[in-house]
Write a protein that binds this ligand. Structure first.
Ligand SMILES: [Zn+2]
Length: 153
């Protein structure tokens, strides 16, 4: 089993892809990741309610279960810019950009560690969320083993 941080980190890519595709939230504005839970901030252009939170969780799990291959490749900064990758988190002095792909769902610059296939993530669970007056949505999540969930059910 892949280590928990790699699992959580890969889940964050999928969550951010879902937020971008379905809720017009182009970026994860703030990310804090540790072994227990993680905190992600988005500015969705689409209103978010409780039902949306449920949908987000289940869409992330649907993508995990598709067992996408996670792969990476390296391109020059110039190529990355031409191809429209979002380089806002990449340090300005980095010339070689590593792009991490989650199947055909997502491709983002990233230097972190990931699982090899999305099914290794297990089950994605949103622990809590809040919406600020500014419209910023904060999501805290964890990943659990699929077997662990079944035992509790
Ligand atoms: Zn990553």
């Amino acid at each position: 089993m892949a280590d928990r941080l790699a699992r959580m980190h890969t889940a964050e890519h999928i969550l951010s892809a879902i937020m971008r595709i379905y809720y017009a939230a182009p970026r994860n504005l703030e990310l804090h990741l540790n072994e227990k839970k993680t905190k992600c901030d988005y500015e969705p252009a689409v209103p978010i309610d409780e039902a949306a939170i449920q949908r987000i969780e289940s869409m992330v799990n649907d993508e995990i279960r598709k067992d996408h291959a996670v792969s990476d490749f390296t391109i020059s900064r110039e190529d990355a810019e031409k191809r429209g990758f979002d380089l806002w988190k990449v340090p300005p002095d980095t010339d070689e950009i590593r792009i991490v792909k989650i199947g055909e769902l997502d491709a983002q610059p990233c230097s972190g560690r990931h699982v090899g296939r999305t099914a290794e993530i297990g089950v994605f669970r949103i622990i809590s969320h809040d919406i600020r007056d500014s419209g910023r949505l904060r999501i805290r999540f964890k990943v659990v083993d699929a077997g662990e969930e079944r035992r509790k059910a």
